[in-house]
Design a protein around this ligand. Structure first.
Ligand code: FUL
Length: 474
């Protein structure tokens, strides 16, 4: 019985675009619109476009700060719920074209997409389905036409996109306008015009982690019930009114387990649907001057990074430009600190000088294959050999800080449980036990001094795989 379940679960694997976005690991959100100038989080859609007037907008500064922070891409709110467009859309006047910014000749989407390409990071777009400005919102097909026209502009005029991010939020309430979005039509346009781009959140490729507070799961699975991707369900969990409380709310307890064997037993339709943790560096998604002293601490961001990127999820961190159109100094500094932390923590891979042994292993897939961080070669055991012991030995003692494990996710997500221990004075000492690995697991090692680290995989679906092991320290 259990074998049948395992075989079924391991048949679920990622698409190429899903692997690509998981490999991006950490990227940024840029929330910017008229709200930046009105102090709102959710604009009403009736704001005068003349209010949009950044006097020093420098998309290059955003892209450089993101890169310094260790980010691999940026997603811009091209249109938030208030309907104001950061590009001169041919389908509405509620855009930069009617603003004093560059005397109506500006195009923030172009500026940021160009800047991202220049600094060598990827670019993605956020286009809010909920639109409080467009008169056709709530009128069915007429709004779908408008939305598809806008999507088409974004998908054709700004180069390659890594994702199109559809928010599930809607604040219309029970007596508000009801727009039944034609998702299949939207998705088809994206697949046609940008086949490599993911469709995130209200879409099939990337799963919203379910909160905006930076809360993560202890066991994050990428194989989950297909039902979770239904847009109605995403909307149900999303923000419904503009209040700050939502951003502090952690995960729903019943959502903690989305993919254990117990959770998936009996579920007929399963999908690969990797998690993304979206969180703002400040309390608001948009810039508010009175939050300049509320930028998240480095300790907090490190913790979120280690638990998201190091917990089989991607991290989407929002940095909101201020009224000048610049990232605030405080945010830039914090980002740089985070980038420095990532660069220094994961630069010295001690596995390079270590002797590796593992039992058992499958012929052709021995443990030497985990030295290279790629998916060309990998370690695995024969089917149903689900317990393995990996020993990493050095000639002299090392001070160990982080262990990185990565599964060969093109063969699905398999590891259910592992333990980490080390040798000290000829005795074995347990450091920790863990559950899922998936795309990447970062285990924080409490600066142990040892010449031997032992990884035991004690439970796996069918047979465990590992594409990479890294041990970082001095
Ligand atoms: C939410 C929106 O309502 C917020 O304003 C923000 O855009 C966030 C990323 O998604 O649901």
């Amino acid at each position: 019985m259990e074998r049948e379940l395992d075989l079924k679960l391991t048949k679920v694997v990622p698409t190429e675009r899903q692997v690509k976005i998981q490999q991006m690991e950490f990227y940024g959100f840029v929330h910017f619109t008229i709200n930046t100038f009105t102090g709102m989080e959710w604009g009403e859609g009736t704001e005068d476009p003349k209010l949009f007037n950044p006097d020093k907008l420098d998309a290059q500064q955003w892209a450089e700060a993101a890169k310094e922070g260790g980010m691999s891409g940026l997603i811009l709110t091209c249109k938030h719920h208030d309907g104001f467009c950061l590009w001169p859309s041919a389908y509405t006047k509620h855009s930069v074209e009617s603003s004093p910014y560059k005397e109506g000749k500006g195009d923030v989407v172009k500026e940021l997409s160009d800047a991202c390409r220049k600094v060598g990071i990827k670019f993605g777009v956020y286009l809010s389905p909920w639109d409080r400005n467009n008169p056709d919102y709530g009128k069915g097909e007429a709004y779908d036409d408008y939305f598809v026209n806008q999507l088409t502009e974004l998908l054709t005029n700004y180069g390659e996109l890594f994702t199109v991010w559809f928010d599930g939020a809607c604040g219309e309430g029970p007596n508000g306008k009801v727009q039944k979005y034609d998702w299949e039509r939207y998705y088809a346009v994206i697949r046609k015009l940008q086949p490599k781009a993911c469709i995130s959140v209200s879409g099939p490729d990337v799963r919203w982690c379910g909160n905006e507070a930076g809360d993560t799961r202890e066991s994050e699975w990428s194989v989950v019930p297909a039902k979770i991707s239904e847009t109605e369900l995403v909307a149900e969990h999303s923000q419904k009114e503009d209040n700050e409380k939502f951003s502090k709310q952690g995960m729903n307890e019943q959502d903690r387990d989305l993919g254990s064997r117990d959770r998936l037993r009996g579920v007929s339709k399963l999908i690969w649907y990797p998690a993304e943790v979206d969180v703002s560096i400040r309390p608001g998604w948009f810039y508010h001057e009175d939050q300049d002293d509320k930028v998240r601490s480095l300790e907090n961001l490190k913790d979120i990074y280690l638990k998201s990127v190091g917990g089989n999820a991607t991290l989407l961190l929002n940095i909101p430009p201020d009224k000048h159109g610049l990232f605030h100094r405080a945010d830039v500094e914090r980002l740089k600190e985070l980038g420095d932390f990532i660069r220094t923590s994961f630069s010295n891979n001690l596995v390079e000088q270590a002797k590796l042994t593992a039992t058992p292993f499958q012929v052709g897939h021995d443990i030497e294959n985990v030295r290279e961080d790629d998916y060309h070669t990998y370690f695995r055991t024969d089917d149903w050999n689900t317990q393995i012991e990996i020993r990493i030995q050095w000639q002299e003692e090392k001070k160990l800080e982080y262990l990185v494990l990565k599964e060969m996710i093109s063969l699905s997500q398999r590891i259910e449980k592992f333990t980490i221990s080390y040798m000290k004075d000829r005795k074995e000492k347990v450091v920790t036990t863990g559950t899922t690995v998936g795309y990447k697991k970062i285990v924080v090692l409490p600066e142990i001094l040892t010449d031997e680290l032992i990884i035991r995989i004690v439970d796996s679906r069918v047979a465990p795989t590992l594409s990479f092991i890294g041990v970082y320290g001095k």
